[in-house]
Design a binder for this molecule. Sequence first.
Ligand code: PGA
Length: 263
Amino acid sequence: MRIIVCESAEEVALKAAVESIEYLGEALSATNPEATCVLGLATGSTPLGLYREWIERNRAGEISFRNATSFNLDEYCGIPASDPQSYHTFMHENLFRHIDIDPAKTFIPVTDGDDLTQSAERYEAMIEEAGGIDLQILGIGSDGHIGFNEPGSSFSSPTRVKTLTKRTREDNARFFPSIDHVPRTALTMGLGTIMSARAILLLATGKGKAKAIRDTVEGPITAMVPASILQFHPYATVILDAAAASELSLIDYYVDAERNRQR
Ligand code: PGA
């Protein structure tokens, strides 16, 4: 794992933008129609700064999403896609409507229908048909979840319905009128799906994530901390602000390694 420690949440957003744009290279320059990319996207508060950076650079003509396809990690069950709290709405409002991506190439798990198992299987198949995810953006839950893969999730899981923990529902209650309005289940890419991405960019900010980050980066690999599976990923980068990095025992080493990194 590559660990990048930043001073602030703003610097995390900036660094994530620079790293993602550098990694995706020609695919975001749209000069070569053959150079395409498949993005794995996340919702929540954490990636908003990165999305703002992408939007600004897209507006300035520095990057283009014309050759990009995107797949979101998850969607709540039990609320329609048109609901203000759905992740469909979130992505439209916070990213898609501001950039030049083709809406027909933006995918979010569909939870409106009756057969969620079929919807999940179809989602996996679509990711595969698109050639797999090149770069997966991740936040992390305070309980160590990625996507909605809660503690105890199978490391090889595909997209499927998961029940949310009480803690996740409490964490997300801030977006709803009350905790009783927070859905109890979601359709989420599995840990197996996430691990199949060619590269991973996990972002975390704030003291509330410090323990989950310590357990993810330095703890044992355990289904009790789903994000700890990322220790097995060959190309996972973790970008943190000082607060989220504050419980890492090897923080000085990570900072030193980054300073000496060969480009
Ligand atoms: P947050 O959510 O970015 O809103 O903290 C992260 C997550 O639950 O994965």
